[in-house]
Design a protein around this ligand. Structure first.
Ligand code: GTP
Ligand code: MG
Length: 327
């Protein structure tokens, strides 16, 4: 069987290999994505974000079980932005989701940026396409909520769940100002900790200040039950799952889905175009040793980055009137 057919048939090995190739930025992976692309666009992509250790993986693990009970197939991607430059696996263990390992309706992978800075967002986008093509109904993506770490979940997900926990001092976490732009649903987790009520009130106050929500969707705030009481916890994750489904229905019925999809496509095109243009240029400059010389000049304040960028762009964009284009 051809690789594309294997992926469309849900072959786990073919998908895993391709995900690894995407992480490694193996050029052959691009062709595979082109082949499967016409078969994508079906899945509902749900993003989970929140501080490290907020309990995202635990919630996702339970949500997978809820969706399986409801007859849906699920793919999950756990995104680890740790680069080899910052070192260490800051996001802890991924073993928690092992219980789904024998279930063919579930596919879980972690995704890291291996060997190169940047590019993780593109790898996440492509991995989502893959799980979509392999036929998963729901794709859950976990990222930590620090924005700057490279993957803005809003650029990939239809529905974003922001997980908050009490007791971190400054109650509302993750970029206070930006939080409303990304959250479709708030989950207050770790019910066994003090301060859940206060956090709920703060979030309510913040939501009350918003004059108008796109599509009329006001993000609900869901309280998790105590994680030690498996049954109660499961019930609260069922509520969360209902909210996730309701949000998707709202996107569809209020015509706001197109807006999100347009945003996803624009960003993906932007990232892809950037690397299609830059990667060969950078690699040529590296090979010729010129990149080192330019860097040296900047370090010694002999030239500034703008002038050098202009000079390089000038060589490759000869046919274009760049002043006119940039206006
Ligand atoms: N007290 C308490 N601990 C919890 C709860 N849920 C999860 N934990 C614990 O919190 C730790 C982090 O949980 P994870 O589910 O890995 O959290 P995460 O947000 O995925 O963490 P990272 O991926 O490392 O950012 C683990 O030791 C969990 O057992 C909860 O409701 N209450
Ligand atoms: Mg996690």
């Amino acid at each position: 069987m051809e690789r594309t057919e294997k992926i469309l048939a849900g072959n786990v090995r073919a998908v895993s290999t391709l995900i690894r190739n995407l992480e490694d930025r193996n050029p052959g992976a691009k062709a595979a994505i082109s082949n499967i692309y016409p078969h994508t666009g079906r899945a509902h992509v749900v993003g989970f974000t929140g501080s490290p250790g907020a309990g995202k993986s635990t919630l996702i693990d339970t949500m997978i079980a809820v969706y399986r009970q409801r007859g849906k197939t699920v793919g999950a991607l756990l995104v680890d932005p740790t680069s080899p430059f910052t070192g260490g696996a800051v996001l802890g263990d991924r073993v928690r989701m092992q219980r789904h390992a024998g279930d063919p309706g579930v596919f879980v992978r972690s995704l890291a940026s291996r060997g190169a800075l940047g590019g993780l967002s593109k790898a996440v986008g492509n991995a989502i396409h893959l799980l979509d093509a392999m036929g998963k109904d729901i794709i859950i993506v976990e990222t930590i909520g620090a924005g700057q770490q490279g993957v803005d979940i809003i650029n990939h997900a239809h529905t974003v769940v922001v997980v908050q926990i009490p007791g971190l001092g400054d109650e509302i976490q993750i970029l206070k100002a930006g939080i409303l732009e990304i959250a479709d649903i708030f989950m207050i987790n770790k019910a066994d900790r003090d301060g859940g009520g206060k956090l709920y009130q703060e979030l309510m106050n913040m939501l009350n200040m918003v004059a108008k929500y796109p599509g009329g969707w006001r993000p609900p705030i869901i309280m998790a039950d105590n994680n030690n009481d498996r049954e109660a916890f499961m019930k609260s994750v069922e509520k969360l799952t209902d909210a996730v489904d309701a949000h998707y229905q709202n996107l569809i019925s209020k015509d706001v889905l197109d807006e999100r999809l347009l945003r996803h496509v624009m960003i993906e095109l932007d990232e892809t175009l950037e690397s299609a243009i830059l990667d060969p240029i950078i690699s040529e400059l590296m090979k010729s040793g010129e990149l080192d010389r330019f860097v040296d000049k900047i370090l010694h304040r002999e030239m500034d980055p703008n002038t050098i960028a202009e000079e390089i762009a000038g060589r490759y964009l000869k046919g274009y009137d760049r002043d006119r284009i940039s206006q």
